[in-house]
Design a protein around this ligand. Sequence first.
Ligand code: NAD
Ligand code: UDP
Length: 345
Amino acid sequence: MPTAGKSTGAGTAIVAGGAGFLGSHLCEWLLQKGHRVVCVDNFLTGATGNLVALRNHARFSLVERDICRPLDLRGRIDQIYNLACAASPPRYQADPIHTMRTCVLGTLNLLDLAERSNARFVQASTSEVYGNPEQHPQREDYWGNVNCTGPRACYDEGKRAAETLCFDFLREGRTDVRVARIFNTYGPRMQRDDGRIVSNFIVQSLAGSPLTIYGDGSQTRSFCYVSDLVRGLVALMEVERNPAIPINLGNPREFTISELASLVLEATGSRSGMSFLPLPEDDPQRRKPDISLARRLLGWEPSVPLEEGLNTTIRYFRQQTADRPARTATGGPAVIEGVPMNSDR
Ligand code: NAD
Ligand code: UDP
């Protein structure tokens, strides 16, 4: 296994997908810790608005690029975080072939870059590799139950193939790669039209429209607040001994979708009702991480309770709604390396 000793302490970190929800928080954290950060993003689901707080930072730069194309970034690179991939089911299903390309070709391009640079690598994998799990809670040694021909497969199988690439690079001693299996994470900077449950429910509650529950609402998810998740990704990057197995990162408190709807309605004080829509094909029935490995190997566990994280996220969406007309009214957008800021593309 390569030593990639450069990766501890402040250095240069590439964050692929850094303009997205998780990636922008990660960029911010790394800058705070003294790193130089290069965000690589094609703005498929990312937003320039997510980078507003970073754009003037002396150690931050943006490369607008699709990771499906080989990356010719030069200079010293110490760490690469690969978060580039649409994560919301409607978004990754909108162009399934591109999703598969991003997961497979994109990850391969970044692994090649990591090998050339002797950089340490963290791959953002997903609990979706467990499919509709028959084991509950899910441990990392569970091989999963994925329908490889269904509408979610471009993402689930793409991420599984990406994990395969990562572990082959590791076994061949080419890159010091670590894999995080991320469970549903939420927080400020999710896109309001992203389609995922927490943003949907909050936006609907604030607009006074019914919360859309797919199926009967009995399916479960376990929701992790973004700051906890970012802390976990960084711990996985920084831990000296490579775990050499994927690590679940998520909050093990499990909720039904109906329970989440009630919590959001209570927290927003909204009188929106609920409307029941058909359950999407292959929607996993339940999901909850076993995080024993993360606790033991990284000394990591989440600390933000759902009620608290929801309140922060609701404040963000309220603020966004209030800011929206003002922003469009205030003249031309700021610019970072040719990319207009504050646009929600
Ligand atoms: P997101 O959609 O907000 O961010 C993804 C970012 O990747 C966006 O900025 C997008 O523009 C960029 N991107 C997509 N395809 C790209 C490509 N081909 N080239 C360059 N950039 C590209 O999603 P997120 O919630 O921030 O998720 C980030 C990562 O974490 C994803 O890889 C996702 O699979 C993984 N993940 C997230 C969750 C979660 O609950 N948020 C759960 C499991 C896994
Ligand atoms: N969901 C829902 N209403 C929505 C959006 C999602 O009931 O408006 C359900 C969805 O069917 C799934 C769960 O909430 O069972 C989580 O969906 P999300 O898209 O957030 O993530 P994933 O399915 O990838 O875990």
